[in-house]
Design a protein around this ligand. Structure first.
Ligand SMILES: Cc1cc2nc3c(=O)[nH]c(=O)nc-3n(C[C@H](O)[C@H](O)[C@H](O)COP(=O)(O)OP(=O)(O)OC[C@H]3O[C@@H](n4cnc5c(N)ncnc54)[C@H](O)[C@@H]3O)c2cc1C
Length: 461
């Protein structure tokens, strides 16, 4: 960083990648200032704490964070075990956030609402590079304050901006006013959110593993709560992509999941509506009606939007960004992860150079760096922030020496002709297979119930 060497580096978001960024900055002798919108570290993962990760601990821990933790009485989890989201928080993020090295530098309930250069809007070029950034934050005390920093690492993820239900990338007409009848993208159907779904008409929208697992969980719920009615809308002409290869699937567990879903549809437990691009929602007193572009109407009590996520770029409006026009990832990265052409995360290791923007010393990392592509892996994010911290510290050689020990990738080429959605078991949460996929290591336990990080699975197609 050329500018103001004594200023902090703002880190937006205290998810796994934001906290890892902070750990790397500290190792580099830089001063992180972490803003987390939620009440605690891992606030986004908190929303899916009931879901098991498909990648084991060994790939979910950042090296610099572990070095900090190891100086405390932290007990490292078994490297081969597969944590639930909740365990990632309880056994890793919470202890990390509580360390004396991190805790005083972390502000929770602090939502970043915009980032700019001090005293200059986006149109000003002269002297831009040496000018500090202003990070505007809405704090928990109700006040909005500007923080002056030397660099910014945006690790705010994509959880808070799901894709709309509307078929053209826009919210369906009436979607906003129907918000009260739209659940979170990954509800805990069997547990925490059971009451919302038991005995209700539930419409699941989307054609990925998120949808598949929610549907299967709903079918389990319906066994105990027989009045539960399960509707499933996909934009495409069939749900074959979600069913996968059935018994012949190269990934047996994925096959099991798809086969079970197909059986549930064929048995009438799940009512499938194909070619159902959503045009509008009309909230009524007792339910919501959902109309397709060709005029069909479904009635539901609750709608589950398994439509994927996109980055919130609004907060970055005053910065000069370098983003792929389709994927909204950094320009060089975009074509490598475009879900239209890549079924999996066959992404070469990359760091500060690939992630750089015209506004020097500003980086988007982690889930958000993949824009609309759903293939991000934590291991990738940890290498990103190692490199970015090195770049901010002026260690160009370390920044450019990017290495990534990604797990085996058995079926992960765009030529494989198969989606790299991670298989999930019949229970909808945990599965086992021997082939690596999307960075899932061997032996692979890949209960990825979402499709969010794999394949083009989050969308309604
Ligand atoms: C269900 C699911 C399962 C997954 N399983 C795996 C897996 O097995 N292996 C794997 O490698 N990856 C997995 N991923 C993908 C990815 O690793 C995770 O999404 C991971 O949480 C991304 O980390 P992150 O730090 O980039 O973002 P997040 O974890 O989303 O953290 C972002 C943080 O920023 C905060 N924030 C957002 N906006 C603001 C703002 N304006 N101001 C301040 N703070 C803000 C949020 O509250 C949040 O705490 C999974 C993803 C999902 C959704």
């Amino acid at each position: 960083m050329d500018s103001a060497k004594n200023l902090s580096v703002a880190v937006i978001g205290a998810g796994p990648v934001g906290l890892a960024a902070a750990a790397h900055l500290i190792e580099r002798g830089l001063e992180p200032l972490i803003f987390e919108a939620g009440p605690s570290a891992g606030a986004a993962i908190e929303q899916w704490r009931h879901i098991r990760l498909f990648s084991p601990w060994r790939y979910n821990l950042d090296a610099a964070a572990v070095r900090l933790l190891e100086a405390s009485d932290w007990e490292s989890p078994r490297p081969t075990a597969l944590p639930y989201g909740g365990e990632l928080i309880d056994n890793y993020l919470t202890p990390l956030a509580a360390l004396p090295a991190i805790s005083p530098r972390l502000q929770t309930g602090a939502r970043v609402i915009s980032v700019t250069r001090a005293g200059m809007d986006k149109t000003h070029t002269r002297g831009r590079e040496g000018t500090p950034f202003i990070v505007r934050v809405e704090h928990g005390d109700g006040e909005t304050r500007d923080h002056t920093v030397a660099g910014v690492i945006d690790a705010s993820g994509t959880w808070s901006s799901r894709n709309p239900l509307g078929t053209s990338g826009l919210p369906a007409i009436g979607e906003d006013s129907a918000a009260g009848r739209i659940s979170s993208p990954l509800p805990d159907v069997i547990g925490r959110d059971r009451k919302v779904f038991a005995g209700r008409r539930v419409l699941v929208v989307g054609a990925g593993h998120s949808a598949a697992n929610t549907l299967i969980s709903l079918a389990d719920l319906a066994k105990d709560e027989p009045d539960t009615r399960i509707l499933w809308a996909v934009r495409g002409a069939s749900a074959d992509k979600v069913y996968g290869g059935g018994d012949a699937d190269g990934l047996p567990a994925r096959g099991q999941l798809g086969a079970r879903l197909r059986r549930l549809v064929e048995a009438g437990t799940i009512e499938l509506h194909t070619g159902f691009g959503i045009a509008s929602l009309t909230p009524l007193a007792s339910h919501v009606t959902v109309e397709s572009v060709d005029g069909r109407i479904l009635e539901a009590d609750v709608v589950v939007p398994c439509t994927g996520f996109r980055p919130d770029l609004d907060i970055l409006r005053e910065l000069r960004l370098n983003l792929d026009p389709a994927v909204e990832a950094p320009t060089e990265l975009g074509p490598l992860i475009d879900p239209e052409f890549h079924s999996c995360g066959t992404v070469p290791p990359h760091g500060a150079t690939v992630l750089a923007h015209p506004d020097k010393d500003f980086y988007i990392v982690g889930m958000k760096s993949y824009g609309r592509a759903p293939t991000f892996l934590l291991a990738t994010g940890y290498e990103q922030v190692r490199s970015v911290a090195a770049a901010l510290a002026g260690d160009r050689e370390a920044a450019d020496t990017v290495q990534l020990e990604l797990p085996e990738t058995g079926v992960c080429s765009s030529d494989a002709g198969t989606s790299c959605d991670v298989p999930a078991a019949a229970d909808g949460l945990v599965a086992e297979t021997s082939g690596g996929c999307c960075g899932a290591p061997e032996p692979v336990l890949v209960g990825f119930p979402t499709g969010l990080a794999h394949g083009r699975s989050g969308d309604n197609n």
